[in-house]
Design a protein around this ligand. Structure first.
Ligand SMILES: NC(=O)c1ccc[n+]([C@@H]2O[C@H](COP(=O)([O-])OP(=O)(O)OC[C@H]3O[C@@H](n4cnc5c(N)ncnc54)[C@H](O)[C@@H]3O)[C@@H](O)[C@H]2O)c1
Length: 372
């Protein structure tokens, strides 16, 4: 008998609860629709609300349980009013990223029909790219959460940008394989290395490793951009990019810029993948300003669930998971094309529940489980 696939679900705080419920319902419906793939969900309590109740940011044993699951799905964690004694916000999810070495931050950016496009050029309708953000080192190596800044009294502070061969090799291999996977689905099959190799030794090293690895993927077109030029090009000709691989801080900034091109936070899906674990979450936070009002756009979470199913397909070799992921992506595509997805976030009339129901309706109305 096959061991059931286990998903550790951390709903967290605010709209994280609503959008993770929506995402799990849609993932379940997609798996039911294609058949032959199923998963069990085990919830782990964590977040600012849980901290207020218990003084702990995640339930006892929660991190271990998350590590043993086949995938972790997270809604959003944090409320600005709830803080640790050092003044920082409740963030057990950042420990998970560190503990499980979730180096590959995958952030797809895609334009949908009838969703906001911030660029006037009609070619903006063709935006379909992925920002691959290294997520464990780079300039975040010494970020506040790791407490590694070199603070010299009140006169100077030094942060370290760390690039290691071990992580960078894995990252670039991941990027090339992602470009291959997308190419197999009709995308260009191009990987652009975004860096600042003209100035920083760490970035020249990042590019050197990219160059060492590229020949193993002759089917993938390569390219380079300095990060400042890439910021320009994401406004000037974003439709020309496929997958872009970059250091942590660069990815942090450019993924928000890119997300802004195609709508807003409610569309920003995210996967964080390591050697043995994958964590999937919308890139947005708990949105206290709209929580409890059925106003959150659940699509970032729903698209993150599709990334999770895709990952489970690769992890288990069960292609039904890939098909279920494809069913969700197609349902969102079709929903926007038919103007049946009109999130309040974009001035529409549909709240969290209505958007979720429209995606479910679109899944049910699709033919069989075949990839279309
Ligand atoms: N990964 C995470 O769990 C994560 C990420 C970012 C922020 N946070 C936490 O979330 C809390 C709020 O942070 P913030 O306000 O800076 O960022 P946020 O992403 O929660 O909200 C920013 C703005 O975007 C809107 N928004 C976000 N998601 C939306 C959605 N799905 N649909 C419609 N509108 C949406 C919000 O209403 C708000 O106006 C903080 O406690 C922060 O620490 C958590």
């Amino acid at each position: 008998m096959q061991t059931p696939i286990r998903i550790a679900l951390i709903k967290g705080d605010g709209i994280g609860i609503d959008v993770s419920d929506a995402a799990m319902t849609v993932a379940q419906a997609a798996c039911d629709h294609v058949g032959g793939c199923a998963f069990d969900i085990a919830e782990i309590k964590a977040g600012a609300g849980y901290f207020q109740e218990t003084g702990q940011d995640i339930e006892p044993g929660g991190e271990d349980a998350a590590g043993k699951a086949d995938a972790i799905f997270l809604g959003a964690i944090g409320l600005p009013s709830v803080r640790y004694s050092d003044g920082t916000e409740i963030s057990p999810h950042l420990r998970l990223r560190d503990r499980f070495g979730l180096y590959a931050g995958v952030r797809p950016v895609k334009a949908y029909l009838n969703a906001p496009q911030r660029l006037a050029d009609p070619r903006a309708a063709n935006i379909d790219m992925v920002i691959l953000r290294e997520s464990t080192e780079g300039l975040f190596y010494s970020a506040a959460v790791h407490n590694r800044s070199d603070i010299i009294g009140d006169s100077e502070v030094r942060d370290t940008l760390r690039i290691t061969r071990a992580t960078t090799e894995k990252l670039h291999h991941f990027g090339f394989r992602l470009a291959q996977k997308r190419k197999a689905r009709g995308k260009p099959g191009r990987l652009t290395c975004v860096d600042k190799a003209n100035v920083f030794a760490s970035m020249a090293f990042f590019r050197k490793i990219y160059d060492e690895i590229a020949p193993a993927y002759p089917d993938i077109e390569t390219g380079y951009s300095y990060v400042d030029a890439q910021a320009l090009n994401l406004i000037r000709n974003p439709w020309d990019y496929d997958v872009m691989v970059m250091e942590n801080m660069f990815g942090d900034i450019l993924s928000d810029l890119a997300g802004g091109l195609v709508g807003g936070m409610g569309m920003a899906a995210c996967a964080e993948i390591g050697d043995a674990n994958g964590l999937f979450q919308p890139a947005h936070g708990s949105a206290p300003d709209i929580m409890g009002q059925d106003k959150a756009n659940p699509l970032a979470a729903i698209l993150s669930a599709a990334l999770m199913l895709d990952y489970l397909g690769e992890r288990t070799g069960n292609t039904r998971f890939d098909e279920a992921a494809h069913v969700i992506d197609s349902a969102v595509d079709a929903g926007f094309a038919a103007n049946a997805l009109r999130p309040i976030e974009f001035g529409g009339d549909m709240g969290t529940r209505a958007v979720t129901q429209a995606v479910l309706d679109s899944i049910v109305s699709r033919n069989g489980g075949a990839m279309t």
